[in-house]
Design a protein around this ligand. Structure first.
Ligand code: HSE
Length: 312
């Protein structure tokens, strides 16, 4: 029986206006996944760790298992089963790419166990199946940075094509997690509140923000990147209604000196791009703003990371 242990990092998807198109890997936390490839038998998964009791251990519903199975299917391997042990480090349903980290870990681990028959884009496609199982939509803006590290731009979904950028330096990422009631299928619900059509003027403004974000990332310029992050005109206004005090928290971050601020992935966490060394002060301000809206919260400070999924 072959065994491997891998880990995959938390991510922040969208980065403001880059809905389903951009995401970045964080230095921590990570999901850890141990996988055994057995002859015959049934797929099985055990889940423990942060929020592990809220993650399904039914193989068909578990992102890591669904992604791992996709690799077996893609490589035409039958009569084998996967025994997985998932230790969650990325808190589920908070907007830090929890299902993406599990999916990336699942696809990555099985591909390595098999001797890497699939290339990066094929593994990414398999990891996206984990996202499909989690929220119904196989988007790549969490799984791609969790798998590959760095900041990822999805150039195209069909055929799948991504571009990877180095982390922007001289910054900290402040992640503020509010204590709010979460729907069971949080990401699916957060996608359902989005408008199905928008006015041309809104599209033009959104393109301007996305271009600003992209130029900031490509040039390693945190000020421009932050300005882009703050400029989402479509997704953020719709989802802000799900996060009490969001606009006050965003204002507190910007007035506190953050380069930019928006919803972390599908929320409810809010993230800010802060100058290095100022993250704690900005996090305290954001926490206070949540408190003024009657919401408890806590914050953590991160760095962007080059490192995606890896064997441990
Ligand atoms: N792009 C996704 C969304 C990320 O915003 O719904 C969360 O999974």
């Amino acid at each position: 029986m072959k065994v491997i242990e891998v880990s995959a990092p938390a991510t922040i998807a969208n980065l403001g206006p880059g809905y389903d198109l951009m995401g970045m890997a964080l230095d921590s936390p990570r999901d850890h996944l141990r996988v055994c490839l057995a002859e015959g038998g049934k797929d099985e998964i055990e889940v423990e760790g942060i929020g592990g009791d809220s993650i399904s251990a039914v193989p068909d519903l578990n992102a890591a298992m669904v992604a791992g199975r996709a690799v077996l299917r893609e490589t035409g391997i039958r009569n084998r089963s996967l025994k997985m042990h998932l230790k969650k480090g990325v808190p589920p349903r908070m907007g830090m790419g929890s299902s993406g980290a599990s999916s990336a870990a699942g696809a990555f681990a099985v591909n390595v166990l098999l001797g890497k028959p699939l290339n990066e884009m094929q593994v990414l496609k398999c990891a996206m199946e984990g996202e499909r199982a989690s929220c119904g939509a196989p988007h790549a803006d969490n799984v791609a940075p969790s798998l590959l590290g760095g900041i990822i731009l999805i150039l195209n979904y069909d055929p799948l094509e991504v571009m990877r950028f180095k982390p922007v330096t001289g910054v900290e990422v402040v992640e503020v997690a509010p204590v709010v009631k979460l729907a069971d299928n949080k990401t699916k619900k957060a996608r359902e509140v989005l408008p199905s059509a928008v006015a041309l003027a809104t599209v033009v403004a959104q393109m301007s923000s996305f271009a600003t974000l992209l130029m900031g990332v490509a040039n390693g310029d945190p000020k421009t990147m932050g300005s882009g992050i703050s400029g989402d005109r479509i997704v953020e206004p719709a989802r802000a209604k799900l996060i009490p005090g969001f606009f006050e928290v965003k204002r507190a971050a910007i007035e506190g000196g953050a380069f930019g601020c928006s919803i972390s992935g599908a929320g409810p966490s809010v993230f800010a791009l802060s100058p290095a060394g100022k993250g704690t002060e900005i996090g305290e301000r954001m926490k206070e703003a949540f408190m003024s809206a009657g919401v408890n919260s806590s914050f953590t400070i991160h760095k962007m990371s080059e490192e995606g999924a890896k064997v441990v």
